[in-house]
Ligand binder design. Structure first.
Ligand SMILES: *Cc1c(COP(=O)(O)O)cnc(C)c1O
Length: 478
């Protein structure tokens, strides 16, 4: 029994596809959040692993019985938490093809198509997003599909460390490195700083511009000058286009000007894909001046996790920082310099053929279909924000950003009462199972986030959410 007989695989594969199709057809009817206690899943599973093979039917029955009720249904049309993580059925087909080929794409020579398809898609997407041609391979830069924006931030930081002082490769960090972010920057930057061994002291929080959450370029310039004068070494500046909490956008052009020769990495993990639509191109204003840019296909671009798109302006920077070549990886193609070896663009050696799922997505929707997907959500969020604005029982905590609406309940009894009511309304909505929201804190105030972005979310789902929010707020206000 070396493996499944391909004919048997065909039969079982159809059964799995049937299961997925049935799950997706009915996911809108399930409570969005599984209602389970810690340990309850473990308690339902056998304490020891089977010595003898079982049937796929029995496994699928266990998944129905144990897994589905304890799952948060991220593909539900009523999922409005965090940022929705699109896992379109198109992308699942590509994932299956990728697993079916079962290649390792670490070097060009270990599977040339895996590298070149990825290069072509990343060049094409750079163009479709309106990125500067310098980010394409033809322009001397290039893109790669990372597992996550977090990994993208880490390898970018390593490239920035190397560019700042190549002795980094032999001597490591020296404690003078500094990285510039804002309070709203995603925690993955702080994690990258920790993983790279810089220590939390390396993280400098740039203050915002007055009356806005966005990074102040003037404050950045002052901090850079002061740090340099103190003998410290600015290594990386990370403006965000669409922060996770509120969707705030840092002024990339002015930040890049203030940063001068310091590496600038733009984190647009959620919002960046909206630049496919010409009316949202302004999001990328100034990105032509930076060193690297990241956006996730696995949030709002119909692609199942993992597919984070990272472009660098100089294709040599990541290999310069990361390449290590033991004898067993030596090959003529790499030595010719004519190929890209993506292992040098990431931490792990091995890599999946992620480009296939991106390809099935782009093929399945066309760029027009992807634009329509984004526009539909932005329109729904615009409508919701209008309802919030017009209802004295609610207020927008910050202006709507694309398809993210941040709101608070208004009780008339002051900020503390509003915060408590907002939290309670959100918890009641989530407990109902009819929708899922998450929260953030802005200027010390509790805020509900409604992130519209599930592929199947329609106007009716947003209207139902709004009705429930109003009903729960009335109940909470008493
Ligand atoms: C979601 C998010 C990330 C992290 O994304 P991963 O791909 O899960 O690492 C980073 N930055 C921003 C702005 C995000 O919204």
């Amino acid at each position: 029994m070396a493996d499944l007989d391909p004919e048997e695989f065909r039969r079982l594969g159809y059964a799995v596809v049937d299961w997925i199709a049935r799950y997706r057809a009915g996911v809108g009817e399930l409570p969005v959040r599984g209602d389970v206690e810690p340990g309850s899943v473990r308690d339902q599973l056998p304490g020891s692993l089977p010595e003898q093979p079982g049937t796929l039917d029995a496994l699928l029955a266990d998944i129905d019985r144990v897994v589905v009720p304890a799952t948060t249904h991220w593909q539900s049309p009523a999922f409005f938490g965090y940022f929705p993580a699109n896992a379109s059925l198109h992308s699942l087909l590509g994932d299956m093809l990728s697993g079916g080929l079962g290649i390792q794409g670490m070097l060009w020579s270990t599977s040339p198509a895996a590298t070149e398809v990825e290069q072509v898609l990343m060049d094409g997407l750079a163009d479709a997003l309106g990125l500067d041609p310098a980010f394409t391979f033809a322009g001397g830069g290039g893109g790669s599909i990372q597992d996550s924006a977090s990994s993208g931030a880490l390898v970018t930081l390593l490239a920035a460390l190397h560019r700042s002082d190549p002795r980094w490769r032999t001597d490591g960090v020296d404690g003078t490195e500094r990285v510039y972010v804002t309070v709203e920057t995603h925690s993955s930057l702080a994690k990258a700083v920790r993983v790279a061994g810089l220590g939390a002291r390396a993280l400098r929080i740039v203050p915002p511009m007055p009356g806005s959450p966005a990074m102040s370029p003037d404050a950045l310039a002052a901090m850079l000058a002061a740090d340099r004068a103190a003998g410290l070494r600015p290594v990386l500046v990370c403006p965000t286009v669409g922060t996770t909490g509120t969707g705030a956008v840092d002024p990339v052009r002015a930040v890049a000007a203030a940063a001068q020769d310091v590496w600038v990495h733009v984190d647009a993990a959620w919002a960046g894909v909206a630049a496919l639509c010409p009316e949202h191109r302004d999001l990328l204003d100034g990105v032509e001046l930076v060193d690297s840019f990241c956006t996730n296909a696995h949030k709002w671009l119909q692609t199942a996790f993992d597919a984070s798109l990272l472009w660098v302006r100089d294709a040599r920077t990541l290999p310069d920082a990361l390449s290590i070549t033991p004898e067993y990886l030596r090959n003529a193609a790499s030595e010719s310099g004519a190929v890209v070896d993506y292992r040098d663009w990431q931490v792990p050696l091995g890599r999946r053929f992620r480009a296939l799922k991106l390809w099935t997505v782009i093929n399945g929707y066309g760029l027009e279909g992807l634009r329509a997907h984004i526009r539909r959500h932005v329109a729904l969020a615009t409508e919701l924000a209008g309802w919030v604005r017009d209802d004295p029982g609610f207020t927008l905590a910050v202006p709507r950003s694309l398809a993210l609406v941040c709101l608070r309940v208004v009780t008339g009894d002051g900020p503390e009462a509003d915060d408590a009511a907002t939290r309670e309304v959100m918890e009641r909505v989530n407990a109902s199972g009819e929708a899922l929201l998450t929260h953030t804190v802005v200027d010390g105030r509790y805020v509900m986030r409604v992130a519209i972005g599930s592929a199947t979310t329609e106007a009716a789902h947003v209207a139902a959410l709004w009705e429930r929010l109003r009903r729960e707020a009335t109940a909470v206000r008493g």
